[in-house]
Write a protein that binds this ligand. Structure first.
Ligand SMILES: C=C(O[C@@H]1C=C(C(=O)O)C=C[C@H]1O)C(=O)O
Length: 288
């Protein structure tokens, strides 16, 4: 791709509740330069940042690995879980050991979770089912497959319906199997912008960090907003947000590295990918 113009910075926001604690207090109008938010499902943000149509975004951690040459990770930001996550769910009729030799419908909105499921079914259950990619519609998916993977708010809503299916939480599976954190989303910046405008990247990182801190302190605003948008109880949403981490520390990084190693072993990634995290030393030197 040609390098981006920096007339306006485009910032991608995942359209699921899971990022609200980081985005709720993030106002692109207050960055001090023209910037706008683009809200989309992860698969669409993944595609746009790879093409250079957006500059900075929360994206699937798997998509970072696919495009790591062109991207840098932003520090201290992710969507991660240690054990149960509640919004990355496999719905199935038969036990997982049987699903592993059947047909699985995958939501087209995801990248990390579809590959996590492939890793779990191959490595933990020794299977290689046939996969079909579909719109996230549980009834249609289950009419053509033995199991269906949903993520985000689609998964939350389906988990509230009385479907009668068995439900497996993929983050629970991952953590009980490997002992690791699971990082579903990361924040990434196009390397070209990081090199040409480190001052802008620095401002965006600071704004996200501040927003995340405010979100942490003002959980009830996020919970109330989720209740009015989707229903559900205060207890549900508190547990949901309690189960998510938006940090990207040593534990989350080790979990992501383990996930990427499995993906590499299974040929889901073409090569080993380092986790390269942006830092603002260039800007710090200029300011000193
Ligand atoms: C925790 C979740 O993780 C999401 C899963 C993603 C994926 O599978 O590619 C991408 C972004 C995350 O926000 C969720 O879906 O709720």
């Amino acid at each position: 791709m040609t390098s981006m113009t920096t007339d306006i910075i485009r910032i991608g926001r995942i359209e699921y509740t899971n990022v609200w604690p980081v985005f709720q207090q993030f106002d692109p109008q207050r960055l001090g330069f023209p910037a706008e938010l683009v809200t989309q499902v992860p698969a669409e943000l993944n595609r746009r940042i790879q093409e250079g149509a957006i500059d900075i975004a929360a994206i699937s951690s798997y998509a970072y690995a696919q495009a790591a040459d062109d991207l840098l990770l932003l520090p201290g930001l992710s969507v991660s879980a240690y054990g149960r996550v509640r919004s990355v769910l496999l719905f199935h009729r038969k036990p997982l050991a049987e699903v592993a030799s059947g047909t699985v419908a995958l939501t087209r909105s995801s990248a990390t979770s579809v590959n996590l499921l492939k890793i779990i079914l191959a490595k933990r259950y020794g299977g290689s089912p046939s996969y079909v990619t579909m719109k996230p519609d549980l009834d249609r998916m289950m009419s053509s497959a033995d199991a269906a993977l949903l993520i985000g708010d689609d998964a939350i809503k389906a988990s509230w319906a009385n479907t009668g299916y068995e439900v497996t939480d993929l983050a629970s599976e991952w953590t009980s199997w490997t002992g690791h954190w699971m990082t579903f989303a990361v924040w990434a910046v196009r390397r070209s912008l990081a090199e040409s405008r480190p001052d802008m990247v620095s401002a965006v990182v600071r704004a996200f960090q501040e927003s995340k801190e405010k979100g942490r302190r003002n959980r009830s605003a996020v919970v109330n907003q989720a209740m009015s948008a989707f229903g559900g109880t205060e207890a549900y949403w508190n547990e949901y947000f309690d189960g998510l981490s938006h940090d990207f520390g040593a534990g989350q990084q080790a979990g992501l590295a383990a996930y990427l190693r499995y993906a590499r072993e299974l040929g889901l990634l073409e090569r080993d990918v380092p986790l390269r995290i942006w830092n603002d030393t260039t800007v710090a030197q200029v300011n000193e």
